[in-house]
Design a protein around this ligand. Structure first.
Ligand SMILES: [Zn+2]
Length: 413
C-alpha cells in the first residue's frame, strides 16, 4: 500500500492558508496562531485509531499502538519563526502523518511496532530565545533555571506564556517519560541551505548536526588621533581583527564541511578621526567532528594572539555558547541512503549546520536519522522559503520507505 504524498502537500497548503499572512507563516510558539495550527492538526488526526496527549513540556504525542511496545517515533515541529516559510518543521509533521496513515491502513490499525508522531513544542526559540525547548525537556538537557526569566519582545515571561498553555516550567523534565520504549526517531526536514541544489539532488541523508563554538573576541589597542599618529606608531585594534576575519577562511577550508563566521564587529570610539582603540567581534565555528572543531578553535585563538602582537594590541576571548556535534546513527544513515536511492536514484550524505530536535533525541541515546529535501536558493526562515513540489513528493515517498525499513530493523533488535 503506497503512501499518498500529495495528501501531505495539500495539507501543507491548507495550513499555510490558515496560519500565514502576507509576510509569511506566523506560528510563533505559545501564541494563538500556533495553538490554532495544533488544533487544526488534531482535527485531521481524528480519522485514525490513535491516542493523543500533550507531555509535561507541551510536546504533542499521537500514538498508534502496535503488537510491540517498541516505538518508532516520527516527528518535527509546527511552530515557525515570525514571517517564516511554509515548510520548515511542518513538512516533517505532515509527512509523518501521511506515513502514519499508510501504516495504519496497511496493518488494519495494529502495526508490528508502535508508531508515535511527535510535534515538538517551540523548536525555533524565536520568541524567547530558547531553541529546542520541548525536545530538550524530552532529552533531559533542559535548562529551567536559565529559561525561567526569559522574556519576549513585550516583556512577557516564558514561564507565564507556558502557564497560559497549561505547562508548568518546573515540571517540564517529566517529558522524559516519553523516552520509554523509544527504539528509533526519524525526521524529514528542508535542507535550509544550498548544498543539494548546487549538486542538483532532491534528497540527502543527514550525518548529524554540527557542533558549535561561539565566542566574543575583543582586541585592545590604543585610541589615537588619525591626523597626528604616524602609521608605524599605531596600535590599531581593527587592523588585528581584520586579519583574523580573513584568516578564518583558510582555517575552515582545511576541512570539507567546516564553517567559520565573524558575524559582527564594533569599533571604539568608532569615529572617522580616531584610530580604533578597541574592536569587539564575534566568531561562530561549526563542524560535525569534535576534533576538527577543537582544532579550528585553537587555530583561531593562536592566530588572534599573533595578529594582536603584530599590531601592538592584546586580545581577549570569552565563550558565548557551545554545543557538541551530534552524529546520527550509522545504520539508520544507511537505511536513509537506501530509501533515497530507491526513490530518487542518487543520494548525498551531508551534515546539518542548523540544529534540530533530532539532535536532542539522538543525545538522549535514541537511534536517530534525518532526511533533507532540497531548498530552492537555500533560503529558509523567510516567506520565500520553497521546495519543488516534485521534490516534496519524492521526499515523502522516500521518508515512508525509510519508516518501513526502520520498522523491520526495530523488529530484529
Ligand atoms: Zn525546523
Amino acid at each position: 500500500m503506497p503512501v499518498d504524498p500529495q495528501s501531505a502537500i495539500d495539507l501543507l497548503k491548507e495550513l499555510r492558508a490558515l496560519t500565514a499572512d502576507e509576510n509569511g507563516a506566523q506560528r510563533l510558539a505559545w501564541s494563538p496562531v500556533w495553538l490554532k495550527a495544533r488544533e487544526w492538526f488534531q482535527s485531521k488526526l481524528r480519522e485514525l485509531p490513535i491516542e493523543h496527549h500533550l507531555d509535561a513540556a507541551g510536546n504533542s504525542w499521537t500514538t498508534l499502538r502496535g503488537e510491540s511496545d517498541k516505538s518508532l517515533i516520527l516527528g518535527s515541529h509546527l511552530d515557525s519563526v515570525p514571517n517564516g516559510g511554509w515548510l520548515d518543521g511542518c513538512l516533517g509533521v505532515l509527512a509523518a502523518f501521511a506515513v502514519l496513515r499508510r501504516i495504519s491502513e496497511e496493518f488494519n490499525g495494529t502495526p508490528p511496532v508502535t508508531i508515535r508522531l511527535v510535534d515538538w513544542a517551540d523548536e525555533e526559540g524565536a520568541r524567547f530565545g530558547r531553541s529546542l525547548f520541548g525536545s530538550s525537556a524530552f532529552a533531559g538537557t533542559h535548562s529551567i533555571d536559565q529559561d525561567r526569566n526569559r522574556t519576549d519582545a513585550t516583556g512577557l515571561r516564558l514561564e507565564d506564556a507556558l502557564a497560559s498553555c497549561g505547562i508548568n516550567i518546573d515540571a517540564i523534565g517529566n517529558a522524559a517519560v516519553e523516552r520509554r520504549n523509544a527504539a528509533a526517531y526519524l525526521e524529514l526536514h528542508i535542507e535550509q541551505g544550498p548544498v543539494l541544489e548546487s549538486m542538483d539532488l532532491p534528497l540527502g541523508a543527514v550525518l548529524g548536526t554540527k557542533g558549535v563554538e561561539r565566542h566574543a573576541i575583543t582586541f585592545h589597542g590604543q585610541e589615537a588621533h588619525s591626523g597626528s599618529t604616524p602609521m608605524n606608531a599605531r596600535r590599531d585594534a581593527l587592523a588585528a581583527a581584520a586579519k583574523l576575519a580573513l584568516e578564518i577562511r583558510p582555517i575552515a577550508q582545511r576541512h570539507p564541511d567546516a564553517v567559520c563566521t565573524m558575524g559582527s564587529v564594533r569599533t571604539f570610539p568608532g569615529i572617522v578621526t580616531a584610530v580604533v582603540g578597541r574592536c569587539e567581534t564575534t566568531l561562530d565555528q561549526r563542524d560535525l567532528d569534535a576534533g576538527v572543531l577543537a582544532q579550528m578553535y585553537r587555530e583561531a585563538q593562536r592566530k588572534s594572539i599573533q595578529f594582536a602582537a603584530e599590531e601592538g594590541c592584546t586580545v581577549e576571548w570569552s565563550r558565548i555558547w557551545n554545543i557538541a556535534p551530534e552524529p546520527f546513527h550509522p545504520h539508520l544513515i544507511e537505511l536513509c541512503e537506501e530509501a533515497i536511492h530507491e526513490t530518487a536514484g542518487r543520494v548525498h550524505r551531508l551534515p546539518s549546520g542548523p540544529l534540530h530536535d533530532a539532535a536532542e533525541v539522538s543525545r538522549a541515546g535514541i537511534p536517530t536519522v534525518m532526511m533533507f529535501v532540497q531548498s530552492l536558493k537555500g533560503i529558509s526562515h523567510n516567506k520565500i522559503e520553497d521546495s519543488r513540489e516534485d521534490h516534496l513528493q519524492l521526499a515523502i515517498t522516500a521518508f515512508d520507505k525509510l519508516a518501513s525499513k526502520t520498522i523491520d530493523w526495530i523488529r530484529t533488535q
